[in-house]
Design a binder for this molecule. Structure first.
Ligand SMILES: Cc1cc2nc3c(=O)[nH]c(=O)nc-3n(C[C@H](O)[C@H](O)[C@H](O)COP(=O)(O)OP(=O)(O)OC[C@H]3O[C@@H](n4cnc5c(N)ncnc54)[C@H](O)[C@@H]3O)c2cc1C
Length: 284
């Protein structure tokens, strides 16, 4: 299908973006990699008046280290994130999940921040950002604010970002000494969106779990932090009984919706299977 007609502006700086957002409000869309936006336009799932292309604004494409924080700029492509040695060292969960995002051609163009802003509940980066405690940097004419990943995802494709704001970057804290990670997902074909997936970050010291954060994708209207499963793990040894308790606790954490992949019961089953697999990889 062809999109509804829209105006296009190639913005030269953020002030110009803020002017256009003031003028058009909800009828404007930021264009980053276009890998989700163009599909929604072509399918006429949205029909904005104007696209504001931010690709030519200087200073938004860096992945920069500042002490124990990594800042991923709005225009850093998925492939740039995947190739970054700083990301691999400081945020290994991102590095483990990124190969599951689409295909190389889409990763070359799509942006890490675009994925966060789009907030698809089946996408990998929103879920991973919750598991690692990332912060979203939102800028408007009135200044910059940062929103914890835990408070950013409000519902299906819905975030805490206001219509006058641009996501200028995401701040990622360096993984702490002794923390481990695991990422698993099930998809029909390599490169497809996951049916269900899980990102895990936490500790296993002296054989006992602590600080466990399990976040699911494809299992709700947003990335879901499974706090009951985390509680079932924390303070307990890694053994079959503890893993089974975490699997059972998912009943309190997850309430998946039916989608094209199947009914909620199937998703719950797959979430339990993935939990066991991810905890096995986590402990290895
Ligand atoms: C065939 C196909 C398969 C895919 N498979 C996967 C997959 O398996 N997993 C996955 O996670 N993703 C997948 N994607 C989506 C891909 O990762 C997108 O690149 C990503 O979700 C959006 O990034 P983008 O830069 O392309 O954003 P765009 O498409 O440009 O924008 C997406 C939305 O975010 C907004 N936006 C973008 N950047 C900003 C910003 N800086 N500030 C404010 N708003 C902003 C836009 O206005 C728009 O509403 C797939 C895409 C395709 C086409």
């Amino acid at each position: 299908m062809k999109p509804a007609p829209f105006a296009y502006v190639r913005a030269e700086n953020l002030d110009q973006v803020f002017d256009l957002l003031d003028e058009h409000g909800d009828d404007a869309r930021i264009l980053a990699g276009g890998q989700s936006l163009m599909a929604t336009l072509n399918m006429r799932l949205s029909a904005p008046e104007i696209l504001i292309d931010i690709n030519h604004i200087d200073g938004l494409s860096d992945i920069a280290r500042d002490g124990t924080t990594l800042r991923i700029g709005a225009l850093a492509r998925h492939s740039q994130v995947l190739e970054s040695s700083d990301v691999a060292r400081m945020a290994p969960l991102i590095a483990k999940a990124m190969p599951h995002v689409a295909h190389q051609a889409i990763r070359n163009r799509g942006t890490f921040c675009g994925s966060i802003a789009f907030a698809d509940p089946a996408a990998e980066m929103p879920a991973v950002s919750r598991a690692i405690g990332a912060k979203m940097l939102l800028q408007s004419r009135n200044g910059t604010r940062s929103v914890e990943a835990n408070d950013f995802f409000l519902g299906l494709f819905e975030t805490a970002m206001q219509p006058d704001e641009v996501l200028i970057g995401v701040e990622v804290p360096e993984i702490a000494d002794g923390e481990r990670t695991a990422f698993m997902e099930l998809a029909r074909r390599s490169g497809d969106y996951a049916i269900v997936g899980i990102g895990v970050q936490g500790r296993l010291d002296g054989g006992k779990f602590s600080d466990m954060r399990l976040v699911f994708l494809g299992a709700g209207d947003r990335p879901v932090l499974a706090s009951a499963a985390g509680d079932a793990l924390n303070g307990n040894p890694h053994n079959e009984e503890t893993v089974a308790a975490a699997q059972s606790a998912l009943d309190a954490d997850l309430d998946p919706m039916a989608d094209l992949n199947g009914p909620p019961e199937m998703k719950m089953h797959l979430a339990r299977v993935l939990t066991k697999r991810a905890l096995t990889a986590f402990a290895a």
